[in-house]
Design a protein around this ligand. Structure first.
Ligand SMILES: [Zn+2]
Length: 278
């Protein structure tokens, strides 16, 4: 009886090894294709004349009755069409954040734009690709969006579209006691954002300090138009999705805090874009 059991065990081990080999083969096949797709992404071009708006705000924007994005954001209206942002913020740029990780041995591979997840089904593994996009004009307006799809290109388009729909204003100023120049190169006061275990604290820094922050959050701040910052993070910052969300929440706190008029003048606070006559 004992011999038979041993034989059975051996047989089971073999099948497990075979399964492992199959999985490894699949992984080896998937990784290069992902890299190729990332390189082959074409640039999105936008044509105002060909745009047919569906919402009332979209129609007003195309007709020219709404000329400033502040009219939409200040009145609490929701942007439901991405081309609205394209029209009202002409200098808008987009970038993808490195939230994923390619497969690798010995503690993980390189950081990737797409976060690849898999669902086990009867037919086999069904991969999905999620990505975070950040859009901004580098002058007080920024948006972050998440997109997920079965393939990489649609997920990137979804992410950029969602980022444009989530565009929000930020307040800039000089809250650093070491600088006190009163120009909007940093943030006016300390803010904090939290998502999951991650806590991001942004602090005003003197002029010329640069962005002393983790790389992906640095991208967001660059698109927002902040030049100098000090930061502190706490928690599992390796999970970049939560880190990015915490950073977004911290930036949104800048506009939700009420400030007196004397402080606005003292710290040189300006909301949204910097006015040219100042
Ligand atoms: Zn300053």
């Amino acid at each position: 009886m004992a011999e038979k059991k041993e034989e059975k065990k051996e047989g089971e081990e073999e099948t497990e090894e075979e399964v492992k080999l199959e999985v490894e083969k699949e992984i080896m096949e998937e990784v290069p294709t992902e890299e190729e797709i990332e390189k082959e992404i074409p640039a999105i071009t936008f044509d105002v004349a060909a745009w047919a708006p569906k919402t009332s705000i979209g129609k007003a924007v195309k007709a020219g009755t709404i000329k400033d994005i502040d009219e939409i954001l200040d009145n609490g209206m929701r942007i439901l069409e991405a081309p609205i942002v394209d029209v009202l913020l002409p200098g808008i740029e987009s970038d993808l954040l490195l939230v994923g990780q390619s497969k690798g041995k010995f503690g993980g591979g390189q950081r990737r734009v797409f976060r690849q997840t898999q669902k086990k089904t009867r037919e086999g593994n069904k991969p999905k690709f999620g990505t975070f996009a950040v859009v901004g004009n580098g002058d007080g307006y920024v948006g972050i969006g998440y997109g997920k799809s079965k393939e990489t290109v649609p997920s990137r388009e979804k992410a950029i579209r969602n980022a444009k729909l989530n565009v929000f204003k930020i307040k800039r100023g000089c809250g650093s006691w070491q600088c006190a120049c009163g120009k909007p190169h940093s943030i006016p006061f300390k803010v904090e954002g939290k998502c999951g275990s991650v806590v991001v604290t942004l602090m005003p820094a003197p002029k010329g300090k640069g962005l002393c922050i983790e790389g992906e959050c640095g991208k967001i701040l660059k698109f927002a138009g902040i030049k100098d910052i000090w930061s502190k993070t706490k928690g599992q910052t390796g999970s970049k999705g939560n880190l990015v969300k915490a950073c977004e929440k911290a930036l949104k706190q800048l506009t939700s805090v009420k400030i007196s008029q004397t402080q606005i003048e003292k710290l040189g606070i300006c909301e949204g874009k910097i006015k040219k006559n100042e």
